[in-house]
Design a protein around this ligand. Structure first.
Ligand code: 3PG
Length: 243
């Protein structure tokens, strides 16, 4: 599946930094159930590859790997089951490795020249990074509104700011770790918990549905925004912002 197709499926891609593989499956199940089925597991923990494998087994999930920096990373995440890879930037060797592995890559870019170079290589879906440092206004500036290229802004985005990006016509989705704060992504301990987060005792009510989205600057509703069911209550402490 092409990256534009993947990114168009959700308004937000949770950027996951998971230290404990044991929570991978229940966390992915909760996110999928909550409407966020495209997941980015960063290679920033020793458990990352195991997490990718476990999350990939969850029905409905599309699991990618983040912080993919080297050809060896590309091969490792592909073997682990990643459906796509995300990198904060782009190097020749990384691009070649992704192509060789036939793994869709979302490379990072923050300037017009970086965007143009990647476009010349056939990339039409890019990670705008670091989004908050570069500024939403740059992402939306006419010079970045290059035809056919779309962005997934990531980096410093929060529950307060993600809507600004989703309102931009050249933005398909945003990425961010605010959805799943690292401090909460750990096995629950204490009364009533096992070694992994409990499953919800009942499915969310239809009245719990929320809409993540925004009206585009041209006044039209962004057709890519999907209604999103609230995550099950038991998982809300993990998904504590924005939804
Ligand atoms: C990434 O890993 O892609 C970004 O650094 C995530 O940025 P955030 O943690 O600020 O959301």
């Amino acid at each position: 599946m092409k990256l534009q197709e993947i990114c168009a499926q959700v308004p937000v891609i949770p950027v996951l930094v998971i230290k404990h593989a044991i929570i991978a499956r229940p966390l992915a199940e909760a996110l999928v159930e909550g409407g966020l089925h495209v997941l980015e597991v960063t290679l920033r923990t020793p458990a990352a590859l195991e997490v990718i494998s476990a999350m990939s087994e969850v029905p409905g999930s599309i699991v990618g790997a983040g912080t993919v920096l080297t050809p060896a990373d590309v091969r490792a995440v592909k073997d682990a089951g990643a459906r796509f890879a995300v990198s904060p930037g782009a190097t020749d060797s990384l691009l070649a490795a992704a192509q060789e592995a036939n793994l869709p890559l979302l490379p990072g870019a923050a300037t017009v020249s970086e965007v143009m170079k990647l476009m010349a290589l056939g990339y039409d879906m890019l990670k705008f990074f670091p989004a908050e440092a570069a500024g939403a206004s740059r992402c939306s500036s006419p010079s970045m509104a290059l035809p056919d290229v779309r962005f997934c802004p990531t980096g410093g985005i929060s529950a307060d700011t993600f809507g600004h990006y989703l309102a931009l016509p050249n933005v398909l989705c945003v990425g961010g770790s605010w959805i799943t704060p690292t401090t909460n992504c750990k096995p629950m301990t204490g009364r009533g918990s096992g070694t992994s987060p409990a499953r919800p005792s009942k499915p969310p009510h239809s009245s719990d549905r929320a809409t993540i989205g925004a009206t585009r600057n041209d006044g039209k509703q962004n057709s890519l925004i999907r209604p999103c069911a609230r995550p099950p209550a038991i998982v809300l402490p993990v998904l504590q912002a924005g939804l």
